[in-house]
Ligand binder design. Structure first.
Ligand code: C2O
Ligand code: CU
Ligand code: CU
Length: 470
């Protein structure tokens, strides 16, 4: 199926246009050259993994905190010694982390300094439709838009990225992705590792030419894993517990991450904390998913290192134990109970499948995305069970819903996997399988999308729209 996967990706390296692309490429973003790229060789573990900067509010009022973020081009050093042109939030591959607090609203003004249109979606956020970064809500070059995030949701690791109609795959690939953390006063007493010991880690993969040019080509050629903006970095740690919030922000792919040494305990997933900590030997994350983890380096001798590897891409990040440190943090045996599951009153089926009869087209329930069509009408307050099917026999997908955090009930009639625990907004959907999800649609009315989060699929049609009504 590699042929179909290739055809289904938005731009072959040698092609200047793609028949399935709803938009021409924006100025300055044309597919990177009709030449055979020479792959870049990267010297491993030469540079330190950066911790994304935490954004400072430009204003704090009774009504909440206000931030400003520039969406702009920047030249970055993803690999040592070469320069890569990227699209960024605030000038970095992982831009400013916005830290909201449950119950306290945030307003972010995004200023578009790109030559391309953009918009911003808070992935995992429970927000009004006008603030959700609907594909047709665009910020034109030179313009700005305010997004309001009420933070009326539990503590969670969210992220923001481009979602502009037809171009979100390319724009997100080029660097428009950052963290948004919701801190929750109801979790302050738990004593989890905090401050310098609470580190968000974003994994993305890229294809780079030998001169550092970012190549917008086939997903399967993206062999370099970028960790917080650097390829194969090291990260100095003390021999104690850390909270790491792993995010797979890659356009199209699944990581299975494990450590050679040291203990991984999962404490949360997409939408917040789990009821109790879960020891994990590895975690699997498809595009868009998060895992909130505690890694305990206690007892590992200073001077040694611990390798984090992906099951297919190999070594991605090396933790170097460089010191000892006091550690008053805990992993309590009980974290936070999940909200009760109300009784569902509506059942729906969602089918993800490519149409291979001609030029491959990614579809949901037999149709490509149409922003003018409402696929599901949902009554506000309703609880629904969606059975989402991957009806492709050889192609993996995944599934993401805006507006809600859902729960996984089961997979192809079998118990869910450990990676499905807790409040989720994105789940894996391997070829030929199905997953049953339950969600309650509260608070907001209007149109929201749901889609495969392999962005080359969603950008080119594997997306649909629900409308929440009174
Ligand atoms: Cu990461 Cu439609 O979202
Ligand atoms: Cu989303
Ligand atoms: Cu897909």
């Amino acid at each position: 199926m590699m042929l179909f996967r290739g055809l289904a990706s938005p731009a072959e390296p040698a092609a200047s246009t793609t028949p399935t692309a709803p938009h021409p490429h924006a100025p300055g973003t044309s597919p990177s050259a009709a030449r055979r790229p020479k792959p870049l060789r990267v010297e491993a573990f030469r540079r330190r993994m950066p911790v994304p900067p935490v954004a400072k509010p430009v204003r704090r009022t009774e009504a909440g905190d206000e931030y400003e973020v520039e969406v702009r081009p920047a030249q970055l050093e993803l690999a040592p010694g070469v320069v890569t042109d990227a699209f960024t939030y605030g000038g970095a591959w992982v831009g400013p982390t916005i830290r909201g607090r449950t119950g306290r609203p945030v307003k972010v003004t995004f200023r578009n300094k790109l030559a391309a249109h953009t918009n911003v979606h808070l992935h995992g956020g429970h927000v009004k439709a006008v603030d959700d970064g609907h594909p047709m809500d665009m910020i034109m070059p030179g313009a700005a838009k305010d997004y309001h995030y009420p933070n009326n949701q539990r503590g969670a690791t969210l992220w923001y990225h481009d979602h502009v109609h037809g171009d979100e795959a390319e724009h997100t690939y080029r660097g428009l992705h950052s963290f948004y953390l919701v801190d929750d006063p109801a979790e302050d007493h738990l004593g989890l590792p905090a401050g310098a010991y609470d580190v968000p880690v974003m994994f993305t993969d890229v294809q780079l030419d030998a001169d550092g040019t970012l190549i917008w080509g086939f997903p399967h050629d993206r062999t370099h894993v970028v960790v917080n903006g650097r390829i194969k970095p090291y990260f100095p740690v003390a021999a104690r517990k850390y909270r790491f919030r792993f995010l797979n922000a890659t356009n199209e792919g699944t990581y299975t991450l494990s450590l050679r040494q040291g203990k991984i305990t999962q404490i949360g997933s997409d939408g917040g904390l789990l009821p109790a900590p879960v020891p994990r030997s590895s975690v699997t994350l498809s595009s868009g998913e998060r895992a909130d983890l505690v890694i305990d380096f206690t007892g590992i001798p200073v001077g040694s290192s611990v390798m984090l590897s992906d099951s297919t891409k190999g070594e991605v990040l090396r933790f170097d134990v460089t010191s000892t440190a006091d550690d008053a943090s805990k992993i309590p045996a009980r974290l936070r109970p999940l909200p009760a599951l109300p009784k569902a009153t509506v059942q729906r089926d969602v089918s993800l499948k490519f149409d291979f009869s001609g030029e491959p087209v990614p579809l949901i329930n037999g149709k490509p995305y149409d922003p003018d069509r409402v696929d599901f009408t949902i009554k506000r307050g309703a609880t629904e069970i969606w059975t989402v099917h991957n009806d492709d026999a050889d192609l993996d997908h995944n599934f993401h819903m805006h507006l809600v955090q859902f729960r996984v009930l089961d997979r192809s009639g079998m118990p869910m996997s450990q990676d499905d625990e807790g409040l989720k907004d994105t789940v894996r959907l391997p070829a030929g399988t199905s997953v049953r999800l339950q969600a309650t649609f509260t608070d907001y009315l209007g149109r929201y999308v749901y889609h495969c989060h392999f962005l080359e699929h969603s950008s080119f049609g594997m997306m649909a729209q629900m409308e929440v009504v009174r």
